[in-house]
Design a protein around this ligand. Structure first.
Ligand SMILES: [Zn+2]
Length: 172
């Protein structure tokens, strides 16, 4: 991917946005539409996992394999006993606070299950934390509210609109 001098570039997963000196957007590419706009780019991808070159801090070796594939080590499962020990530590430590731990929640199934298990199966006093970059759907917000209400968990939402959200809004 070529970036001309003087351009500022914002990259996140699959997206690329270029700004000129006056913060005007000169390029905007999103997944599936890499060739939109004046310039065309060829998106390089990892030969093993297909992560694109727009992925943060990605590098490729001579075979086109990315640094994430090369540094991957399988997860070592330590078992239920170790988990209980860890949660017990934070339960004891959290006794003088309102919460034992914070769980990041998106409204998706992974974080929903994590929150549910910690509250229902492990009796943790959890504060749910949600980050809203402007792209969180109304349905996801409703699901989050329903989830935290049902579990009796406090929910904090941090609303910070991403540059991409502002671009999308400006285009509408
Ligand atoms: Zn890879």
């Amino acid at each position: 991917m070529e970036v001309e001098k003087g351009e500022k570039m914002f990259i996140t997963v699959g997206f690329k946005i270029c700004f000129d000196e006056k913060e005007k957007i000169v390029e905007f590419y999103s997944p599936g539409e890499q060739n939109r706009g004046e310039k065309k780019i060829e998106m390089k991808r990892c030969s093993r996992c297909l992560l694109p070159e727009t992925y943060p801090n990605i590098r490729y070796n001579g075979d086109g394999v990315c640094n994430y594939c090369l540094s991957y080590t399988p997860i070592e499962y330590k078992g239920e006993e170790k988990l209980e020990e860890l949660l017990g530590f934070y339960r004891d430590r959290g006794a003088k606070y309102d919460y034992d731990c914070v769980v990041g929640v998106s409204g998706g199934r992974d974080s929903t299950f994590t929150l549910y298990e910690l509250v229902e199966a492990y009796d943790m006093r959890v504060l749910a934390y949600n980050y809203d970059n402007g792209f969180v759907s109304e349905q996801a917000k409703l699901d989050l509210k329903k989830l935290t209400d049902t579990l009796g968990v406090d929910l904090v939402t941090n609303l910070r609109l991403s540059p991409m959200y502002r671009v999308k809004k400006a285009e509408q």
